[in-house]
Design a protein around this ligand. Structure first.
Ligand code: GDP
Ligand code: GDP
Ligand code: MG
Length: 380
Protein backbone atom coordinates (compact mmCIF):
# COMPACT_ATOMS: atom_id res chain seq x y z
CA UNK A 1 0.00 0.00 0.00
CA UNK A 2 2.72 2.43 0.91
CA UNK A 3 5.37 3.11 -1.69
CA UNK A 4 8.86 4.42 -1.37
CA UNK A 5 10.21 6.85 -3.90
CA UNK A 6 13.94 6.67 -4.11
CA UNK A 7 16.11 9.70 -3.81
CA UNK A 8 19.76 9.85 -2.83
CA UNK A 9 22.07 6.92 -2.38
CA UNK A 10 20.59 5.05 0.53
CA UNK A 11 20.46 1.31 0.77
CA UNK A 12 16.76 0.70 1.38
CA UNK A 13 14.72 -1.44 -0.97
CA UNK A 14 12.54 0.25 -3.50
CA UNK A 15 9.00 -1.02 -3.28
CA UNK A 16 7.41 1.33 -5.75
CA UNK A 17 8.83 3.90 -8.05
CA UNK A 18 6.54 6.68 -9.09
CA UNK A 19 6.63 7.90 -12.69
CA UNK A 20 8.45 11.18 -13.23
CA UNK A 21 6.31 14.04 -12.03
CA UNK A 22 5.05 16.29 -14.83
CA UNK A 23 6.61 19.35 -13.28
CA UNK A 24 10.06 17.83 -12.86
CA UNK A 25 12.70 19.51 -15.01
CA UNK A 26 13.56 16.21 -16.70
CA UNK A 27 10.08 16.05 -18.15
CA UNK A 28 10.31 19.37 -19.93
CA UNK A 29 12.18 18.27 -23.02
CA UNK A 30 11.48 20.51 -25.97
CA UNK A 31 8.58 19.14 -27.99
CA UNK A 32 9.93 20.13 -31.37
CA UNK A 33 12.69 17.54 -31.05
CA UNK A 34 10.46 14.70 -30.00
CA UNK A 35 9.07 12.80 -32.95
CA UNK A 36 8.72 9.75 -30.76
CA UNK A 37 8.44 9.04 -27.08
CA UNK A 38 11.88 7.47 -26.85
CA UNK A 39 13.53 10.52 -28.40
CA UNK A 40 11.80 12.73 -25.90
CA UNK A 41 13.29 10.64 -23.13
CA UNK A 42 16.68 10.77 -24.74
CA UNK A 43 16.66 14.52 -24.94
CA UNK A 44 15.73 14.67 -21.28
CA UNK A 45 18.94 12.83 -20.47
CA UNK A 46 20.86 15.02 -22.92
CA UNK A 47 21.79 17.97 -20.68
CA UNK A 48 23.64 15.54 -18.46
CA UNK A 49 25.90 14.60 -21.35
CA UNK A 50 25.28 10.97 -20.41
CA UNK A 51 24.98 7.99 -22.73
CA UNK A 52 21.91 7.60 -24.89
CA UNK A 53 18.84 5.85 -23.52
CA UNK A 54 19.43 2.78 -25.68
CA UNK A 55 22.58 1.82 -23.83
CA UNK A 56 21.08 2.22 -20.37
CA UNK A 57 19.37 -0.30 -18.15
CA UNK A 58 16.05 0.93 -16.80
CA UNK A 59 17.63 1.34 -13.36
CA UNK A 60 20.40 3.51 -14.79
CA UNK A 61 17.89 5.74 -16.47
CA UNK A 62 16.19 6.33 -13.13
CA UNK A 63 19.47 7.35 -11.57
CA UNK A 64 20.46 9.53 -14.50
CA UNK A 65 17.11 11.26 -14.46
CA UNK A 66 17.32 11.82 -10.73
CA UNK A 67 20.85 13.14 -10.76
CA UNK A 68 20.16 15.48 -13.65
CA UNK A 69 17.15 17.00 -11.91
CA UNK A 70 18.58 17.48 -8.42
CA UNK A 71 18.86 21.10 -7.43
CA UNK A 72 21.36 22.60 -5.08
CA UNK A 73 19.32 24.50 -2.48
CA UNK A 74 20.52 27.74 -0.96
CA UNK A 75 22.15 27.41 2.46
CA UNK A 76 20.10 28.73 5.35
CA UNK A 77 22.71 31.17 6.57
CA UNK A 78 21.74 34.72 5.79
CA UNK A 79 18.40 33.86 4.22
CA UNK A 80 16.56 36.24 6.49
CA UNK A 81 18.99 38.95 5.43
CA UNK A 82 18.23 38.25 1.79
CA UNK A 83 14.50 38.31 2.50
CA UNK A 84 14.73 41.33 4.75
CA UNK A 85 13.46 43.75 2.14
CA UNK A 86 10.33 41.64 1.72
CA UNK A 87 9.67 41.65 5.43
CA UNK A 88 10.36 45.36 5.74
CA UNK A 89 8.11 46.22 2.80
CA UNK A 90 5.07 44.50 4.26
CA UNK A 91 5.71 45.82 7.74
CA UNK A 92 6.30 49.50 7.06
CA UNK A 93 3.14 50.23 9.03
CA UNK A 94 4.82 49.00 12.15
CA UNK A 95 8.35 50.28 11.68
CA UNK A 96 8.05 53.52 9.75
CA UNK A 97 4.79 54.44 11.41
CA UNK A 98 6.24 54.10 14.86
CA UNK A 99 9.45 55.91 14.03
CA UNK A 100 7.54 58.77 12.48
CA UNK A 101 5.15 59.04 15.41
CA UNK A 102 7.79 58.85 18.09
CA UNK A 103 10.26 61.23 16.56
CA UNK A 104 7.68 63.86 15.68
CA UNK A 105 7.46 66.96 17.89
CA UNK A 106 5.32 66.88 21.03
CA UNK A 107 3.90 63.53 22.02
CA UNK A 108 0.41 64.20 23.31
CA UNK A 109 -2.17 61.62 24.36
CA UNK A 110 -3.43 61.42 20.80
CA UNK A 111 0.04 60.49 19.56
CA UNK A 112 0.33 57.74 22.14
CA UNK A 113 -3.06 56.43 21.10
CA UNK A 114 -1.77 56.34 17.53
CA UNK A 115 1.34 54.44 18.63
CA UNK A 116 -0.88 51.97 20.44
CA UNK A 117 -3.14 51.55 17.46
CA UNK A 118 -0.20 50.97 15.13
CA UNK A 119 1.10 48.25 17.39
CA UNK A 120 -2.30 46.61 17.79
CA UNK A 121 -2.87 46.65 14.05
CA UNK A 122 0.35 44.69 13.62
CA UNK A 123 -1.20 41.87 15.70
CA UNK A 124 1.30 42.35 18.51
CA UNK A 125 -1.50 41.73 20.98
CA UNK A 126 -2.87 43.89 23.78
CA UNK A 127 -0.52 42.74 26.51
CA UNK A 128 2.71 43.21 24.54
CA UNK A 129 1.43 46.51 23.16
CA UNK A 130 0.82 47.86 26.65
CA UNK A 131 4.26 46.78 27.78
CA UNK A 132 5.90 48.43 24.81
CA UNK A 133 3.96 51.67 25.12
CA UNK A 134 4.69 51.86 28.86
CA UNK A 135 8.36 51.35 28.24
CA UNK A 136 8.48 53.97 25.50
CA UNK A 137 6.53 56.49 27.55
CA UNK A 138 8.92 56.05 30.44
CA UNK A 139 11.90 56.57 28.19
CA UNK A 140 10.45 59.68 26.64
CA UNK A 141 9.78 61.04 30.12
CA UNK A 142 13.17 60.14 31.56
CA UNK A 143 15.46 60.76 28.63
CA UNK A 144 13.62 63.44 26.71
CA UNK A 145 15.78 63.41 23.59
CA UNK A 146 13.91 61.97 20.64
CA UNK A 147 15.87 62.22 17.42
CA UNK A 148 15.13 59.39 15.04
CA UNK A 149 18.29 57.47 15.87
CA UNK A 150 17.52 57.48 19.59
CA UNK A 151 13.97 56.36 18.99
CA UNK A 152 15.16 53.63 16.67
CA UNK A 153 17.51 52.36 19.36
CA UNK A 154 14.73 52.31 21.97
CA UNK A 155 12.36 50.51 19.67
CA UNK A 156 15.00 48.00 18.71
CA UNK A 157 15.73 47.16 22.34
CA UNK A 158 12.09 46.91 23.35
CA UNK A 159 10.98 44.88 20.35
CA UNK A 160 13.92 42.54 20.73
CA UNK A 161 13.02 41.94 24.34
CA UNK A 162 9.45 41.14 23.32
CA UNK A 163 10.60 38.73 20.61
CA UNK A 164 12.88 37.10 23.18
CA UNK A 165 16.30 36.36 21.68
CA UNK A 166 17.00 33.73 24.36
CA UNK A 167 14.51 31.09 23.20
CA UNK A 168 16.02 27.97 21.63
CA UNK A 169 15.09 28.07 17.95
CA UNK A 170 17.10 25.13 16.72
CA UNK A 171 15.23 22.39 14.89
CA UNK A 172 15.71 18.73 15.72
CA UNK A 173 17.41 17.44 12.57
CA UNK A 174 20.29 15.26 13.73
CA UNK A 175 20.21 11.64 14.79
CA UNK A 176 19.28 11.12 18.41
CA UNK A 177 20.61 8.10 20.30
CA UNK A 178 21.27 6.18 17.14
CA UNK A 179 17.97 6.88 15.38
CA UNK A 180 16.68 9.59 13.05
CA UNK A 181 15.15 12.74 14.49
CA UNK A 182 11.38 12.71 13.96
CA UNK A 183 9.70 15.96 12.97
CA UNK A 184 5.95 16.29 12.56
CA UNK A 185 4.40 19.27 10.78
CA UNK A 186 0.83 20.21 11.70
CA UNK A 187 -1.58 23.02 10.97
CA UNK A 188 -4.82 23.97 9.28
CA UNK A 189 -5.34 23.49 5.54
CA UNK A 190 -3.81 26.18 3.35
CA UNK A 191 -1.45 27.55 5.98
CA UNK A 192 1.53 26.25 4.01
CA UNK A 193 2.39 22.93 5.67
CA UNK A 194 3.37 21.00 2.57
CA UNK A 195 5.26 23.95 1.14
CA UNK A 196 7.05 24.33 4.46
CA UNK A 197 8.01 20.64 4.58
CA UNK A 198 9.35 20.96 1.04
CA UNK A 199 11.31 24.11 1.82
CA UNK A 200 12.57 22.63 5.09
CA UNK A 201 13.82 19.57 3.23
CA UNK A 202 15.89 21.95 1.09
CA UNK A 203 17.30 23.71 4.15
CA UNK A 204 18.28 20.34 5.61
CA UNK A 205 19.77 19.04 2.37
CA UNK A 206 21.85 22.21 2.14
CA UNK A 207 23.16 21.24 5.59
CA UNK A 208 24.10 17.80 4.20
CA UNK A 209 21.43 15.97 6.17
CA UNK A 210 19.92 12.72 4.92
CA UNK A 211 16.22 13.48 4.89
CA UNK A 212 13.12 11.31 4.47
CA UNK A 213 9.68 12.82 3.91
CA UNK A 214 6.41 11.24 5.02
CA UNK A 215 3.21 12.17 3.18
CA UNK A 216 0.70 11.58 5.95
CA UNK A 217 -1.82 13.91 4.36
CA UNK A 218 -3.60 11.07 2.61
CA UNK A 219 -6.85 12.94 2.11
CA UNK A 220 -6.08 13.46 -1.58
CA UNK A 221 -3.38 11.70 -3.60
CA UNK A 222 -2.47 15.14 -4.99
CA UNK A 223 -1.20 16.16 -1.55
CA UNK A 224 1.37 13.36 -1.65
CA UNK A 225 2.27 14.26 -5.25
CA UNK A 226 2.93 17.85 -4.16
CA UNK A 227 5.26 16.72 -1.38
CA UNK A 228 6.99 14.16 -3.56
CA UNK A 229 7.73 16.81 -6.19
CA UNK A 230 9.43 18.96 -3.56
CA UNK A 231 11.45 15.96 -2.42
CA UNK A 232 12.48 14.92 -5.92
CA UNK A 233 13.89 18.34 -6.70
CA UNK A 234 16.52 17.89 -4.00
CA UNK A 235 16.81 14.12 -4.18
CA UNK A 236 14.93 13.32 -0.99
CA UNK A 237 12.73 10.19 -0.83
CA UNK A 238 9.05 10.49 0.02
CA UNK A 239 7.14 7.71 1.76
CA UNK A 240 3.56 7.82 0.63
CA UNK A 241 0.45 5.89 -0.17
CA UNK A 242 -0.46 5.57 -3.83
CA UNK A 243 -4.14 6.06 -3.15
CA UNK A 244 -6.12 8.75 -1.42
CA UNK A 245 -7.80 7.93 1.86
CA UNK A 246 -5.13 5.61 3.25
CA UNK A 247 -4.52 5.61 7.00
CA UNK A 248 -2.25 8.61 7.72
CA UNK A 249 -0.95 6.92 10.86
CA UNK A 250 0.22 3.93 8.84
CA UNK A 251 2.03 6.18 6.33
CA UNK A 252 3.69 8.10 9.15
CA UNK A 253 4.68 4.80 10.76
CA UNK A 254 6.20 3.56 7.51
CA UNK A 255 8.03 6.86 6.96
CA UNK A 256 9.70 6.60 10.35
CA UNK A 257 10.54 2.95 9.77
CA UNK A 258 12.06 3.75 6.35
CA UNK A 259 14.12 6.54 7.90
CA UNK A 260 15.37 4.13 10.57
CA UNK A 261 16.28 1.53 7.92
CA UNK A 262 18.05 4.11 5.78
CA UNK A 263 19.86 5.49 8.80
CA UNK A 264 18.63 8.93 7.82
CA UNK A 265 19.33 11.97 9.95
CA UNK A 266 15.77 13.18 10.05
CA UNK A 267 12.27 12.28 8.90
CA UNK A 268 9.77 15.08 8.32
CA UNK A 269 6.09 14.12 8.33
CA UNK A 270 3.50 16.26 6.55
CA UNK A 271 -0.04 15.92 7.90
CA UNK A 272 -3.57 16.79 6.86
CA UNK A 273 -5.30 19.93 8.05
CA UNK A 274 -8.90 19.83 6.93
CA UNK A 275 -10.92 21.98 9.26
CA UNK A 276 -14.49 21.09 8.34
CA UNK A 277 -14.42 18.53 11.12
CA UNK A 278 -12.22 19.74 13.93
CA UNK A 279 -12.80 16.79 16.21
CA UNK A 280 -12.05 14.33 13.41
CA UNK A 281 -8.86 16.15 12.52
CA UNK A 282 -7.63 16.26 16.08
CA UNK A 283 -8.43 12.57 16.60
CA UNK A 284 -6.51 11.75 13.46
CA UNK A 285 -3.50 13.78 14.57
CA UNK A 286 -3.54 12.20 18.00
CA UNK A 287 -3.57 8.79 16.34
CA UNK A 288 -0.66 9.66 14.02
CA UNK A 289 1.27 10.76 17.07
CA UNK A 290 0.38 7.64 19.05
CA UNK A 291 1.28 5.25 16.24
CA UNK A 292 4.58 6.98 15.44
CA UNK A 293 5.49 6.89 19.11
CA UNK A 294 5.15 3.11 19.14
CA UNK A 295 8.34 3.20 17.14
CA UNK A 296 10.19 6.36 18.06
CA UNK A 297 9.83 9.44 20.20
CA UNK A 298 8.77 12.54 18.27
CA UNK A 299 11.48 15.16 18.63
CA UNK A 300 9.81 18.14 17.06
CA UNK A 301 6.25 19.20 16.29
CA UNK A 302 6.16 22.28 14.10
CA UNK A 303 2.87 24.14 13.99
CA UNK A 304 2.41 26.08 10.75
CA UNK A 305 0.40 29.30 11.03
CA UNK A 306 -0.55 31.71 8.27
CA UNK A 307 0.57 35.14 9.54
CA UNK A 308 -2.22 36.86 7.63
CA UNK A 309 -4.94 35.19 9.69
CA UNK A 310 -4.30 37.06 12.95
CA UNK A 311 -6.51 36.11 15.89
CA UNK A 312 -7.87 33.18 13.96
CA UNK A 313 -4.38 31.75 13.75
CA UNK A 314 -3.94 32.15 17.48
CA UNK A 315 -7.11 30.17 18.14
CA UNK A 316 -5.92 27.41 15.81
CA UNK A 317 -2.67 27.33 17.72
CA UNK A 318 -4.48 26.66 20.98
CA UNK A 319 -6.51 23.82 19.50
CA UNK A 320 -3.45 22.07 18.09
CA UNK A 321 -1.48 22.58 21.28
CA UNK A 322 -4.11 20.56 23.15
CA UNK A 323 -3.49 17.49 21.01
CA UNK A 324 0.20 17.55 20.18
CA UNK A 325 3.16 18.90 22.06
CA UNK A 326 4.04 21.84 19.81
CA UNK A 327 7.78 22.56 20.03
CA UNK A 328 8.08 25.27 17.41
CA UNK A 329 6.05 27.59 15.21
CA UNK A 330 6.45 28.28 11.52
CA UNK A 331 4.89 31.58 10.50
CA UNK A 332 4.19 31.58 6.79
CA UNK A 333 3.19 34.40 4.43
CA UNK A 334 4.96 37.06 6.44
CA UNK A 335 5.84 38.53 3.04
CA UNK A 336 2.25 39.46 2.40
CA UNK A 337 1.24 41.04 5.68
CA UNK A 338 1.92 44.07 7.81
CA UNK A 339 1.17 41.94 10.85
CA UNK A 340 4.66 40.95 11.92
CA UNK A 341 3.62 41.50 15.54
CA UNK A 342 1.98 38.06 15.40
CA UNK A 343 5.44 36.62 16.09
CA UNK A 344 5.31 38.02 19.60
CA UNK A 345 1.62 37.25 20.17
CA UNK A 346 1.86 33.59 19.21
CA UNK A 347 5.02 32.98 21.20
CA UNK A 348 3.30 34.37 24.27
CA UNK A 349 0.16 32.41 23.68
CA UNK A 350 1.90 29.06 23.37
CA UNK A 351 5.14 29.70 25.21
CA UNK A 352 6.89 28.17 22.20
CA UNK A 353 9.38 29.91 19.88
CA UNK A 354 8.85 30.86 16.26
CA UNK A 355 11.55 28.80 14.58
CA UNK A 356 11.01 29.44 10.89
CA UNK A 357 9.36 32.10 8.79
CA UNK A 358 7.94 31.83 5.28
CA UNK A 359 8.59 34.91 3.18
CA UNK A 360 7.39 33.92 -0.26
CA UNK A 361 6.38 31.10 -2.55
CA UNK A 362 9.88 30.48 -3.91
CA UNK A 363 11.61 27.23 -2.96
CA UNK A 364 14.19 28.97 -0.79
CA UNK A 365 11.85 31.54 0.77
CA UNK A 366 11.89 29.90 4.19
CA UNK A 367 14.30 31.28 6.76
CA UNK A 368 15.35 30.36 10.26
CA UNK A 369 13.83 32.97 12.52
CA UNK A 370 16.52 35.32 13.75
CA UNK A 371 15.14 37.83 16.30
CA UNK A 372 17.76 40.51 15.59
CA UNK A 373 17.42 40.36 11.82
CA UNK A 374 13.65 40.35 12.21
CA UNK A 375 13.53 43.43 14.42
CA UNK A 376 16.05 45.22 12.22
CA UNK A 377 13.85 44.56 9.21
CA UNK A 378 10.82 45.97 11.02
CA UNK A 379 12.44 49.26 11.89
CA UNK A 380 14.87 49.68 8.99
P1 GDP B 1 -6.31 2.63 17.04
O1 GDP B 1 -6.90 2.61 15.67
O2 GDP B 1 -6.68 3.88 17.79
O3 GDP B 1 -6.60 1.38 17.81
O4 GDP B 1 -4.73 2.73 16.88
P2 GDP B 1 -3.68 1.58 16.61
O5 GDP B 1 -2.52 1.78 17.50
O6 GDP B 1 -4.32 0.24 16.61
O7 GDP B 1 -3.19 1.88 15.14
C1 GDP B 1 -4.13 2.15 14.15
C2 GDP B 1 -3.51 2.08 12.75
O8 GDP B 1 -2.20 2.58 12.75
C3 GDP B 1 -3.41 0.67 12.26
O9 GDP B 1 -4.60 0.26 11.61
C4 GDP B 1 -2.29 0.80 11.26
O10 GDP B 1 -2.78 1.33 10.07
C5 GDP B 1 -1.40 1.83 11.91
N1 GDP B 1 -0.36 1.12 12.66
C6 GDP B 1 -0.31 0.91 13.99
N2 GDP B 1 0.74 0.16 14.30
C7 GDP B 1 1.36 -0.10 13.14
C8 GDP B 1 2.49 -0.87 12.80
O11 GDP B 1 3.17 -1.48 13.62
N3 GDP B 1 2.85 -0.87 11.47
C9 GDP B 1 2.15 -0.19 10.52
N4 GDP B 1 2.55 -0.21 9.25
N5 GDP B 1 1.05 0.49 10.81
C10 GDP B 1 0.67 0.54 12.10
P1 GDP C 1 -1.13 23.21 3.27
O1 GDP C 1 -2.55 22.98 2.91
O2 GDP C 1 -1.01 23.68 4.71
O3 GDP C 1 -0.23 22.06 3.00
O4 GDP C 1 -0.63 24.45 2.39
P2 GDP C 1 0.31 24.47 1.11
O5 GDP C 1 1.71 24.14 1.49
O6 GDP C 1 -0.30 23.65 0.04
O7 GDP C 1 0.31 26.03 0.76
C1 GDP C 1 -0.86 26.76 0.49
C2 GDP C 1 -0.50 27.99 -0.33
O8 GDP C 1 0.25 28.93 0.45
C3 GDP C 1 0.36 27.69 -1.55
O9 GDP C 1 -0.13 28.44 -2.62
C4 GDP C 1 1.73 28.17 -1.14
O10 GDP C 1 2.52 28.56 -2.23
C5 GDP C 1 1.39 29.35 -0.26
N1 GDP C 1 2.47 29.69 0.67
C6 GDP C 1 3.06 28.87 1.57
N2 GDP C 1 3.99 29.53 2.29
C7 GDP C 1 4.01 30.80 1.82
C8 GDP C 1 4.76 31.99 2.19
O11 GDP C 1 5.61 32.01 3.08
N3 GDP C 1 4.47 33.12 1.48
C9 GDP C 1 3.53 33.15 0.51
N4 GDP C 1 3.31 34.31 -0.11
N5 GDP C 1 2.80 32.07 0.17
C10 GDP C 1 3.04 30.91 0.81
MG1 MG D 1 -0.66 20.17 2.39
Amino acid sequence: MVGLVRGRGHGAKTRALAPPTPSSPAGSASESESDSGSEARESSAGPLGGPSVDTLEPGDLEDATLVSSIERPESATGRLQRLRARLARSNTALGKGLLALLSSGGLDEQSWDDVEETLLSSDLGVEATMELVDSLRTRVKVEGARDEETVRRWLRQDLLRLVDPLMDRSIASSRVEGRPAVVMVVGVNGTGKTTTVGKLARVLVAEDKDVVLGAADTFRAAAADQLQTWGERVGVPTIRSERGGADPAAVAFDAVRAAVEMEADVVVIDTAGRLHNKVGLMDELAKVKRVVEKQSPIDEVLLVLDATTGQNGLRQAEVFAEVVNVTGIVLTKLDGTAKGGIVVAVQRKLGVPVKLVGLGEGPDDLAPFDPEAFVDALIS
